[in-house]
Design a protein around this ligand. Sequence first.
Ligand code: 5CA
Ligand code: ZN
Length: 413
Amino acid sequence: MDSWTAPHVPSLPGHGPTLRLHDTASAGLRETVEPGGERATMYVCGITPYDATHLGHAATMITFDLVHRYWLDQGLDVHYVQNVTDVDEPLFERAERDGTDWQVLGLRETALYREDMEALQVLPPRDFVGAVESIPSVGKAVAELLDKGAAYRHDSGDVYYSVQSHPGFGSESNYDRETMLRYARERGGDPDREGKRDALDPILWNAPKDGEPSWDSAAGPGRPGWHIECACIALDHLGPQIHVQGGGNDLIYPHHEMSAAHAESLSGASPFARAYVHTGMIGLDGEKMSKSLGNLVFVSKLRAEGTDPAAVRLALLAQHYREDRQWSAAALAEAELRLGRWREAVGRELAVPAGAMLTAVRERLADDLDTAGALRAVDEWAAETLAAGGEDPSAPSLARDTIGGILGIDCTR
Ligand code: 5CA
Ligand code: ZN
């Protein structure tokens, strides 16, 4: 499907160190690309478009936008793919509640998401891929897994993946069985269903049901399961092994465990991702921000109220991406003040030299996206410029390009 328009990304002098990110599978920092590698690939789990983009989605997309921007700044050829889960139960339920069509709902919310991403200066993925357009590929993959004995048909006609067929199963989350069972129950799995080989087996293909859409495929009629959607889109667009698999930490299990297992069973190559990177949950009043809890702050609502999207982005960058963190009006107000100081300093004709700030921003981000440290480096440059004036006529534009190019914060407005 169509992506969105890319903002201008200025090129900067020199390069920073190799980006290292925390990898869930090895529970430690990993260099995201091989030494001397020229290409970098990333798959990020995108929205299920039954409601507007909230600040949790925005925070996750901005985090991976920093990865994208940092890799581009390294001179790498970046291939970034993101999906849209445009066919799934939440869409049917919401469409039914609102008396609308699930396809119309999905198109409308996806269009709003594109606008929000553009406003937040998020670079578009090279491939923005819907689940519906991937159905032929998913059907073939399910048929192949059945052939290989990695999948089986349940009495109901649904097709399940056999976790026991894959020796690598469990190596992404490293959770024990009890934890896996708990998350399967909480996050859309059906561990208590009769007739499965293993309670943890996830659905690959849903047999046709009344009131639900269905497509013909190599696996018979029906519609795709969730995890196989992401496995197929990543395999089709990026190949069997990628550098970064990204998403919120609510996807560590079962979603990323299962999509990695599906991809590895299909391709024979492992690990599926060099680094499994997970963002913390954005909450409001101590609860995770989620559609089901209804405690959402929408990006589009903030925009409509006249909030500067650059301040929203800056507020979300103030704390580390892996922390579960809280959105607040105070955090937004602080970001607005900070943005004002940065813009004032960048707007000067003369400033203190900005080369050391560029180096510090790169070094801080390369260290598992230490955004708080990177923002401090910009704060120091801005404070010195505002206090002392400075004498360097090229510093304001270097600062503007550093802040705009690497952090995605537009200081020209
Ligand atoms: N379509 C699936 C992924 S294939 C999905 O999880 N959709 S979603 O709309 O629920 O979430 C979209 C992305 O935002 C996912 O990466 C998810 O992990 C992340 N996300 C959802 N809620 C939050 C939150 N409160 N804070 C941070 N990230 C979140
Ligand atoms: Zn996904």
